[in-house]
Structures are given as C-alpha cells and as structure tokens.
Design a protein around this ligand. Sequence first.
Ligand code: SIN
Length: 301
Amino acid sequence: MGSLRVSIGSVRLDRPGMVASGIMDETGASMIRMLRSGAGAVVSKSVGSVPKPGHPNPNFTETVGGCVNAMGLPNPGIDAFGEEMRTAVSEGPIVGSVFGASPEEFAMLADRMEDYGACAVELNLSCPHAQGYGMELGTDPKVVAGIVSAVSDAVSVPVWVKLTPNTHILTQIASAAESAGADAIVAINTLKAMVIVPEFAKPLMSNKTCGLSGRCIKPVGVRAVWDLHKAVSIPIVGVGGIEDHRDALEYIMAGASAFQVGTGVLTRGPEVFADINAGLESFMEEHGYPDIRSMVGVAND
Ligand code: SIN
C-alpha cells in the first residue's frame, strides 16, 4: 500500500489533505472533529488582531458547480482564539491562518499563533472581498515580500503564503514571497465574483462582490499550481475544488506536495477526507506509485 505521508518542507503530515481555512475551523472542537475524520492537518479560520463581525447577510449562497461567499473575515480576534488553538493542537497539526493590514500586524499575529502551538502559519494575502486586507495587499510583489520578511523574522515555524488567482502576475508574487523567506505557497483562494438577482436588479451579496469556490474553480487552481511548480522551488499546497481523490491527484501531478479541501467539506461532509485517502491508496497501488511524493509534478516534468 502506498504511503500517504507527506512533507511540506519541515512540516510532516501522516495524510496529505488539510482542511482549508474558513470551514469547520472556528473552534477547538470542530478542528479536532476534522482531524479525527482523516484530515492530515487543519488550517484555522483566518484570525486578525481584534474581533471582526464580517459582512452582514446575505454573504453566502450556492451557485452552479460551487459556492460564493463574502463572509468578510469574521473572527473572534487573536486573544480569544488562543483557547481554541490550544485545545486543537493537543489532537494534531494545526496551521494558524492570519490576516492583517501591515507587516507589523502580520508579524504580531503569526508570533501569537506560534505561541498557541501552530505547526506553521498561513498568511491570508488573498481574500477577494475584505477591504484593506487579503488580495488588496497580496497582488503587489513588494508588499508581499515586506509582509513575508517581517513574519519570517518574527517566528521560527514555517511561513506559508496563500495567494490569489485574481492576478496575471501570480508567479512573480510567489517568487517575491520565496525570496523574502516563505516556506510554502498555498494556491488558490477564491475567484472574485458577483451574483445578481434579476427581480431586485441588484447584487445578492451585501458586499456586492464575493469569492467563488468549489469544483468549478478546480481547473483554474490546477493551472495555477502547474505554473507555480515551474516558478518556485519551495513546496506548493494545492487548494480549490477538491472533492475526491482524482481532484487531489490533478493538483499533486501538477506540482502540489499536499492539498486542502474547503467547499468539499460542505458538499461531501467530513467523510470527504477518509474517501480521498482510500482513493489515493488504491490509485497508488494500481499504478505502482510508492508514495504521494513520487507523484508530485509528474504531469509537469
Ligand atoms: C472570509 O472569511 O471572508 C473568507 C476568507 C477568504 O476568502 O480568504
């Protein structure tokens, strides 16, 4: 049976799939539930310096092939999140996702996540619908480099950078992050989107724009990982529309060392991880791959 173990730099996981930030990761109990469902790690909800209510309703709906959300980074703030993190890290690896508006704020938040026991920090530089945060910062290579450099100086755990597909310079941004000390690139976050209700002649979301996730974005994510695999030497974590082992294999064969599942947890339930793990093991046995690592980038070499 092929091994499911993976390494994302110095982060070693028994299973290759992680829960993506923003789903089943707001409390210690929900993160533990996901680890027990077969996820190799959980990425926490993106947490900021102070409590943030997020955008008012409507902020979520299903669409063809996926979902759209404009949650607006709701979170309880880094002080209150400590208890949830400490509970969850007693069960398994938790990656602490943070968002901020400046290098100093990112560095402070990452340092706190390290104190709470995170095995790595993930910098959310890619939310497409939170004013002053996310992709507003993460589409400028110089800004990304400044944030990554400040965080790398502040923490000793690996620094992962989650990037947006809403740019034509993704590989330049990733290279800037790598040069500034990033340990892994996570790609992709949601595609900037909009839903209009014809009867109201208005956008559905209170925030107007939102982020598209789910299976409909998988080809965009796979292409992004393909490009990133050629552009950077640090590991890539693939995310976007993974719901079964064949979706995961596309990302791995494009160049991802591991992957995350977000909307797939909603559509398939927590069992999605056990199903993907079993599917990957069968595939490796049938096709003679000894482990996940032996498949990374094979479609791209
Ligand atoms: C949210 O919580 O607003 C979604 C996070 C993201 O898009 O990065």
